[in-house]
Design a protein around this ligand. Structure first.
Ligand code: HPA
Length: 279
């Protein structure tokens, strides 16, 4: 039987030791994994350190246009946070390990909270391009489960409960910040597919009847791994396009990246307030 992503990995331990030695008493409490269009949120934050992924043994270069491969340490009002600029995806064909490593590394360096961001195709009638959606729950349609295989981590249960995979308290906090800062936040269910092809209009109609509000190709494996190892998770999608068939335009990765730009000011305020408020 092969191991699942939940294994004892000397590269993760070594990478965490490397970062702890570099950052000393600057202990991060929250980490953000940036999806398409989200990397620019870091420009408004106080960056203390930048480490290219190739200097961190357990991390690997991203292969997607627009994804940088750098880890940032930023200062928040009462703590520190990690920002992963660039993520790996299942459609890259390299299995689950590269997707799991940033999540496992966050845990190993002592983070307690994980914010997962992405660009997603809107399905819900009430969504428009540029909307931000707090992920209330997800549907895993990736065709596989990242937790399959031998689980070597005694701290992670064999059968993780997924009733509250996205932390209700963090969702409430995001909504409160949205109200205070007049940032409209939609809520919904994120349905994840393996990609890399965008969906057909018939598939989107099928997912709509199954309760999906938005579709994408990431986030779900990281949320499942984070949940299994006990990290509190918040998921935020930027609706970069309306999904196939709802939008009459052909879809492209360029459009996905470009359409998040208009929402950048709101993304930046939301993220910086979240980092200052999460303890
Ligand atoms: N489908 C799948 N993934 C996506 C989409 C989409 O329409 N937009 C951004 N990521």
């Amino acid at each position: 039987m092969s191991d699942s992503v939940l294994k004892i990995d000397p590269n993760i331990t070594e990478s965490a030791e490397f970062l702890r030695a570099r950052w000393k008493d600057k202990q991060p409490t929250t980490a953000i994994i940036c999806g398409s269009g989200w990397a620019k949120i870091s420009s408004g934050l106080t960056i203390i350190d930048e480490v290219p992924y190739h200097e961190i043994k357990c991390l690997s270069q991203t292969t997607i246009d627009g994804h940088i491969s750098k880890l940032l340490l930023v200062k928040t009002s009462n703590s520190y946070a990690l920002i992963f600029l660039g993520r790996r995806h299942y459609y890259e064909g390299v299995g689950w390990d590269p997707i799991a490593k940033p999540v496992l590394l966050c845990n190993e360096v002592g983070c307690k909270n994980l914010i997962l961001t992405n660009a997603a195709g809107g399905i819900s009638d009430s969504f428009d391009v540029g909307d931000l959606m707090i992920i209330e729950d997800h549907i895993n349609f990736m065709g596989h489960n990242p937790l399959i295989g031998k689980n070597q981590l005694s701290t992670a249960p064999r059968f993780p409960d997924q009733t509250e995979i996205y932390c209700h308290k963090l969702q409430a906090l995001a909504k409160k910040i949205g109200e205070e800062k007049t940032i409209t936040l939609k809520t919904g269910i994120y349905l994840a597919l393996s990609g890399p092809a965008f969906e057909t209009p018939a598939e989107i109609r099928a997912y709509q009847t199954q309760g999906a509000s938005a579709v994408g190709m990431s986030t779900v494996p990281e949320a499942m791994i984070a949940n299994a190892i006990g990290l509190k998770t918040l998921g935020i999608s930027c609706i970069s396009n309306m999904a196939a068939g709802i939008s009459k335009q052909p879809l492209s990765h360029e459009e996905v990246a470009e359409n998040t730009t208009g929402t950048l000011p709101q993304m930046k305020i939301l993220i910086s307030k979240l980092l200052d408020s999460i303890t």
